[in-house]
Design a protein around this ligand. Structure first.
Ligand code: SF4
Length: 347
């Protein structure tokens, strides 16, 4: 039986700004098993990256986690462990910076492939040395042993070993991305969070990198969360998906369920906005309007101003999360009526 690795429950992360609060992530819940890949998809600015960083507790200093949020990783609740009640704002918790226990989890148990690998490495240090440093920070081994491991990792991700002593500017975009993957794998983590891992790459390199990530994920049996605005990136790689809109998870389920039995109007709109490589050619449809301002989100359904199925109740009441099929959830007042009726172009 698959063993549960991560259980995120009611995670809410809000940012305090001069004008008030930005409700970036609200009541996000999902689970991930060991060796499983989940795609976290949605438009830019919908809270995907904040969710990812909320798991590792690597949030900006103006971020506050709401009471009741839980991030349980391998039985340990990170929120309980490394946050404390905020002295300024009741109902909120603040991350304890440099928490010694939390630091043991970061990179050793959970690593990240950061958004924009082009700039993720320090330009004044050799790439190999930066990976060696990450290993030596967490493991009591010699520099020589760490270098040997980096050589193995370079072979694994397809970078010639003699490039270890090059600086980041001497690498192509694809090589930097591969080096970032090598760094993420350096300590044999249980979970990798990959934030837009292929956004800056051309489609051919993107395809190669995704193929390699899928192979390594299987080989190493590591769980992965792929954060992306591009649903096609996760279509083949992810076992399950979580669709995010304006700080809420609006649909979760297996990748097949989400693509073939779409149960939320936002996901339907996303699918209609992306080209399908199979079937007849169809005109793509842009989603009208833009996402709401998260410092002042609408009181009912946050998708209501853009939703073709919206009714009066959608403007007044926040929709419940409805299980439309085993393991398939949709946050919509009309989830049951719309289930089976929605048609994504990618079907
Ligand atoms: Fe559309 Fe209403 Fe469902 Fe929101 S709750 S997605 S507005 S039908």
């Amino acid at each position: 039986m698959a063993k549960e690795l991560l259980d995120v429950r009611n995670l809410s992360v809000h940012y305090k700004i001069l004008a008030g609060w930005v409700y970036a992530v609200d009541n996000v819940s999902f689970k991930l098993n060991r060796g499983e890949t989940m795609g976290l998809v949605g438009e830019s600015g919908c809270g995907k990256t904040t969710t990812g960083y909320g798991i590792t507790q690597l949030l900006a200093s103006n971020a506050y986690i709401k009471d009741g949020s839980k991030v349980i990783f391998d039985g340990k609740d990170f929120v309980e462990m490394s946050t404390e009640p905020s002295k300024k704002f009741s109902g909120y918790r603040k991350i304890i910076e440099y928490h010694p226990e939390m630091r043991k989890y970061r990179w050793k148990r959970i690593s990240m492939i950061f958004q924009g690998a082009m700039n993720a490495f320090n330009p004044v240090f050799k790439v190999g040395d930066q990976i060696i440093e990450a290993i030596l920070t967490h493991e009591d081994i010699t520099e020589e042993e760490a270098r040997k491991r980096v050589e193995e990792l370079y072979k694994l991700v397809g970078i010639p070993v003699d490039r270890i002593d090059n600086y980041p500017h001497e690498y192509s975009g694809g090589m930097k991305q591969r080096a970032m993957i090598a760094m993420a794998l350096a300590l044999n983590p249980d979970l990798i969070i990959a934030d837009e891992p292929t956004t800056a790459l051309d489609v051919v390199t993107q395809d190669k990198i995704l193929g390699e990530m899928a192979r390594l994920q299987k080989e190493k049996d590591v769980a992965m969360i792929i954060i992306t605005h591009d649903v096609s990136v996760v279509a083949e790689m992810a076992h399950k998906m979580a669709v995010m809109y304006a700080g809420h998870l609006v649909e979760t389920g297996t990748t097949r369920q989400i693509f073939k039995e779409t149960a939320h109007p936002y996901m339907e709109a996303l699918l209609k906005a992306f080209p399908s490589i199979k079937g007849e050619r169809k005109r793509l449809k842009a989603i009208p309007g833009s996402p709401p301002d998260l410092s002042n989100p609408p009181k009912g359904c946050r998708f209501a101003p853009r939703c073709p199925y919206a009714k009066d109740i959608c403007l007044e009441e926040e929709p419940p999360v409805v299980e439309v099929a085993p393991g398939h959830f949709s946050k919509c007042h009309f989830a049951e009526e719309l289930y089976g009726e929605l048609g994504g172009e990618a079907k």
